[in-house]
Design a binder for this molecule. Structure first.
Ligand SMILES: NC(=O)c1ccc[n+]([C@@H]2O[C@H](COP(=O)([O-])OP(=O)(O)OC[C@H]3O[C@@H](n4cnc5c(N)ncnc54)[C@H](O)[C@@H]3O)[C@@H](O)[C@H]2O)c1
Length: 350
């Protein structure tokens, strides 16, 4: 019989609830405990989910029945928690971004390598059915020579969103704004589909908000290692916001996704499956998902698939598909964009 994994969640906030639901839906996982440093938060969350709540990370990590912890705390706190998990011999799945600097991410990767525990990142949008079809088409070489890729996140967040969270909109804990917090999913999909980024030239501005340190509007020109060019444009300054888009084009095909659907899917080497894909997914969404509301349209499906993929890797004793190195890639691109915007220079990724 397949092993059943005991789960613990750190962070009883907005996304922590989706982690709990994802665990609940997995036959080989069971939620054992939750940890949150805000007074009463873990207990309240634990009552709802039928598990024990802890205010102390050490006590929580000392439980023998927790095999895997998921990290759902503010972005710049992930490293300490993930490293503590490794020290306690726990596998760890951390929210995006894995953390907000490459030094901190590398320390997490090293801690898990040393402990022999598995480390996974969360990029739940890679698990959308359309994203999987998209990746498959790239792997089959159906686009021909890749020439252009687009990652577009034209979103809106109101001032109250930044004002209420405390950590949101800060360099120290959010690690950035429209790119590091919201756009990272789209940027991850772009690099996953188009391949590694070689260099970037970018502009970042704060145009629609007050009392935040970070960008709410960002554009970047990207050159990929394979020679293709691309554009990244992500905002939280465009009211009301609309579809998150990813487009990949080449000499033999173009596919473009808006939120969870395709709005373009055409290849020179048409196959019968292409018509099926168009019939099933080619409906331009009438209303955007999550463009101005952080949790609108979010389901636990992506997280469930992400966690399931991780557990399969643990079962089979191999690296999870989204491991620390994979989760680091989008952060590296975003940090290069920030550096380019700050210095006015093109930044090469090493
Ligand atoms: N994958 C996705 O689709 C998705 C969506 C939203 C947020 N996120 C990510 O999830 C993370 C959390 O975002 P959120 O919107 O849920 O934030 P939130 O502010 O709603 O919740 C964070 C929780 O963590 C707790 N916390 C803070 N520091 C802690 C610590 N050191 N130890 C234990 N608990 C601590 C807070 O008390 C709070 O309850 C962020 O990194 C964010 O980028 C991912």
């Amino acid at each position: 019989m397949a092993k059943k994994y005991g789960f613990g969640i750190v962070g009883a906030g907005m996304i922590g609830a989706y982690h709990a639901e994802a665990v609940r839906q997995l036959p080989n996982a069971e939620l054992k405990a939750v940890c949150d440093t805000a007074p009463g938060a873990a207990e309240k969350f634990g009552e709802k989910c039928g598990c024990r709540g802890y205010g102390s990370l050490d006590e929580f990590l000392s439980r023998d029945d927790i095999d895997v912890i998921t990290v759902a705390t503010p972005s710049g706190t992930h490293a300490e928690i993930a490293i503590a998990a490794a020290k306690h011999g726990k596998h760890c799945i951390a929210e995006k971004p894995l953390d907000i600097t490459l030094e901190r991410i590398d320390a997490v990767i090293e801690a898990h390598e040393k402990a022999g525990t598995k480390l996974g990142g969360i990029f739940n949008y890679r698990y959308m059915p359309t994203a999987k079809l998209f990746k498959q088409a790239v792997e089959q070489g159906r686009f021909g020579k890749l020439t252009f890729g687009l990652a577009y996140g034209p979103w809106w967040r109101d001032q109250a969103y930044y004002d209420k969270g405390g950590w949101r909109g800060t360099w120290q804990i959010d690690g950035g704004g429209a790119l590091m917090n919201q756009g990272i999913h789209t940027i991850d999909l772009l690099q996953w589909l188009m391949g590694p980024v070689k260099r970037v030239t970018a502009f970042c501005k704060c145009l629609a908000h007050e009392r935040i340190e970070v960008e709410d509007t960002a554009t970047a020109t990207v050159e990929f290692e394979n020679g293709a060019l691309g554009t990244v444009a992500c905002t939280t300054s465009m009211w009301p916001g609309h579809f998150r888009m990813v487009e990949v084009s080449g000499t033999n095909g173009t596919a473009a996704m808006a939120d969870q659907e395709f709005f373009f899917w055409q290849f020179r080497d048409e196959s019968p499956v292409d018509q099926e894909i168009r019939e099933k997914y080619l409906k331009f969404p009438a209303v955007s998902v999550g463009a101005s509301n952080p949790s609108a349209g979010l389901t636990a499906d992506g997280h469930r698939e992400n966690f399931a993929d991780f557990l399969k890797a643990v079962d089979e004793g191999r690296r999870p598909p989204i491991d620390g190195i994979e989760a680091r890639k989008a952060v590296q691109i975003i940090l290069a964009i920030y550096e380019s915007a700050r210095t006015g220079r093109t930044v090469e990724l090493k």
